[in-house]
Design a protein around this ligand. Structure first.
Ligand code: GLA
Length: 380
């Protein structure tokens, strides 16, 4: 991919450029917990966005997206917000860096990637992170990795309308080969967990369903959680975030909450515990427990958090019938992929059944992505 990008760079802008790469991510468990101050367990994967970037010593950014075959050009002032959605991610990164006292020289860039879009693998965080990394180095800004992750997150909040948590940008910045990372999203403490489940394979099945209104639905989930936390906090002031609450405390205030807010809170409080259970199980190599928690997460996300869809529920039900150890929707939801922990000996039969049954039910096959846990953002 690097060669293709550099050759495009040379024909558009002349000469050559430095290249950076930043990965998409998986998340084993801990969904919708990041903005609730809970734990997540992501890892970067072997699907990435690569960008060739060279300062042009002007106040203008010139971009070309190979995948969209589209170009964009913008200045670096707040009023220069570009039209194209993909260009807003790059514009946001520049603006957030400048707001934090960083320097950003104008630049020329060509980028492309193989992170599937809208599949729950964080292609947007990969795009943000490749530019935060590169611009940090090219401009000698010296921001640390957490600040780079925050710059990506603030880009989503302020320029893309998604009030996301820190997980995706964190995974893109901190990812390491073969390692999942448990992040406490409240304290930002983190720990690497080697992940090489002997006898199992991790595979994603992409429903190819994309929800048009996913970002507003996502923001509504977040607002519900904040509302529930505020009500619980009145009786239990130690509840800074919803993940700090206990189920008994939710029961005490259930009558004061809308049914919807209570359902969202019930899911989040359960999920906070499930991540801890999974981490303990990983330490003893107990993948049966890991898998059980994954199924519980899925049905919580489907029935209480309501971010699943018939295609995802279908795949998870099928996985269960096929003896798959764990399966669930991954990422924000409303479509995208399931993540599946599959015993080696069931792998082929599961993929065949998924292909045939899903096609019979929905008219197209799910896409299959075997997962390889890889490194995060870096210069190539
Ligand atoms: C999206 C967001 C993340 C996180 C997940 C759900 O990927 O960007 O911050 O909230 O959804 O776990």
């Amino acid at each position: 991919m690097k060669e293709r990008i550099l050759s495009e760079f040379s024909s558009r802008f002349g000469g050559t450029a430095r290249c950076w790469s930043s990965a998409g991510r998986i998340n084993l468990i801990g969904e919708h917990t990041d903005y609730n101050g809970g734990y997540v367990l992501p890892g970067a994967i072997n699907k990435a966005i690569v960008a060739a970037i060279r300062p042009n010593h002007t106040q203008t950014v010139r971009l070309y997206s190979l995948d969209y075959d589209e170009r964009a050009e913008f200045g670096l002032s707040e009023s220069d917000l570009p039209e194209r959605q993909w260009a807003r991610y790059v514009f946001g990164v520049c603006r957030e860096m400048l707001k934090r006292g960083g320097h950003v020289d104008g630049f020329d860039a060509v980028f492309a990637g193989d992170v599937p879009l809208g599949a729950g693998l964080s292609s947007s965080a990969a795009l943000e992170s490749v530019f935060t990394f590169a611009l940090n180095e090219l401009n000698d800004n010296g921001f640390d990795l957490f600040e780079l992750a925050r710059i990506g997150q603030a880009t989503e909040h302020n320029y893309c309308g998604v009030m996301c948590g820190i997980m995706d940008q964190f995974a893109s910045c901190f990812g390491k080969e073969g390692q999942l990372i448990r992040l406490n999203c409240k304290t930002l403490e983190y720990q690497y967990f080697p992940f090489d489940p002997k006898g199992y394979r991790l595979v994603l099945l992409d429903t190819c369903v994309k929800h048009e209104l996913a970002s507003s639905a996502y923001n509504r989930r977040r607002a519900s959680c904040e509302q529930a936390a505020a009500v619980i906090r009145k009786r239990h002031p130690e509840v800074e975030f919803l993940s700090d609450a206990r189920l008994e405390w939710l029961e005490e205030v259930r009558a004061e909450l809308s049914q919807e807010d209570a359902m969202r809170a019930e899911y989040v409080i359960g999920e906070a515990q499930r991540v801890l259970d999974v981490c303990a199980a990983l330490e003893r190599g107990d993948y049966v427990t890991v898998g059980e928690r994954m199924y519980q997460t899925h049905w919580g996300l489907s029935k209480l958090y309501e971010v699943s869809c018939p295609e995802l529920d279908f795949l998870v039900t099928l996985a269960d019938k096929q003896g798959v150890t764990g399966s669930r929707v991954m990422g924000g939801g409303f479509g995208g992929c399931t993540i599946n922990l599959v015993p080696e000996e069931r792998y082929d039969a599961f993929l065949l059944a998924a292909h045939n049954c899903f096609t019979a039910a929905f008219g197209h096959a799910p896409k299959v992505y075997p997962v390889v846990i890889s490194s995060g953002a870096h210069e190539l």
